[in-house]
Write a protein that binds this ligand. Sequence first.
Ligand SMILES: NC(=O)c1ccc[n+]([C@@H]2O[C@H](COP(=O)([O-])OP(=O)(O)OC[C@H]3O[C@@H](n4cnc5c(N)ncnc54)[C@H](OP(=O)(O)O)[C@@H]3O)[C@@H](O)[C@H]2O)c1
Length: 327
Amino acid sequence: MRALVIDESAEFSVSVREVTARALDPTDVLVRVEYSGVNFKDALVAQAKSRVRRQPVLVGGVDAAGVVTESTHADLPVGARVAVHGGVVGVARDGGFAEFIYASPTNVSPLPESISTRDAMVIGTAGFTAMQSVLALEDHGIAVGARVLVTGATGGVGSQSLTYLAARGYAPVASTGSLDEAPWLRARGAVDVIARAEVADKPDRVLATETWDGAIDCVGGDTLHQILRSLRYGAAVAASGLVASADLTTNVYPFITRGVALLGVDSVEVGAPTRARVWRALGEVAPSINYEDLIDHTTPLETLFEAIESVRAGHHRGRVLVDLGAN
Ligand SMILES: NC(=O)c1ccc[n+]([C@@H]2O[C@H](COP(=O)([O-])OP(=O)(O)OC[C@H]3O[C@@H](n4cnc5c(N)ncnc54)[C@H](OP(=O)(O)O)[C@@H]3O)[C@@H](O)[C@H]2O)c1
């Protein structure tokens, strides 16, 4: 089969090659991949001396969607349409930038009827994380109609957070470094669009004005600090990312005087009940969403590395879809 292989056994290289799909365990499920998608994490994996990749030679791709072709599991029968993501997929074992993928059943989710394999990869880990973040805020008690700040809004997690918040009755406000994308962000559901710098307020004070009923942050660093100090009493931020920085320097005042909560969102090791719940929620909103509008561009394997580089550089809006040519 053809696959995008990252090879650092000697000199670093990334190329499309013929390889053989390998099962690591007899219980692994074989999936014929129809679509994949490019995540920020794929850019971290596909670089020399990557601290994320855990194999010197690896088929990249933390996401895949397709049809089961070999399985010993009654709940994942041959012919089932599935998404593959999470765990060590595309990091320590071969990933979804290939015509076939063997995966542990814990990383294979049956797709709801309302989601095609193509739409599943427009959603991808980014959209899964976005819906997981929305559900985390809902579990915290954020009321319908709440004004929720979304950072990194033109990115994969950000743009789908806007879409799902709007679909579930919230009023999302987009924070972006690309203000010229404001019309696109409004079309995704943003009621307001602000510049990145506007997230900071009253820098000389310990706490900022109580502004947000909730927030979804995939940026981290000072942005997350600014969000914490501007959440309303009892509000929460769902934090999943670190595109700006993995460091967080803040103080305890938002927590001890405003009772705010920092909700960590992890899509990688999350258990089966949550995976099923998130895909169910994605299935519920899917009929109201045109996933084609969330695609930046579609690439075959041959131009995939260029697409990964464009995601690394932030030269994209929404999702980069990978078409494995199975249809
Ligand atoms: N916890 C998890 O399970 C999980 C799952 C998926 C993703 N993630 C993480 O979430 C983050 C976003 O992933 P993604 O796939 O959505 O990435 P992405 O598509 O590259 O989007 C990131 C967005 O952040 C903004 N941005 C980029 N550089 C920035 C900077 N230096 N300062 C402030 N904003 C910046 C840009 O949006 P604007 O131009 O609109 O500001 C960019 O489009 C990554 O850190 C990823 O590793 C975590």
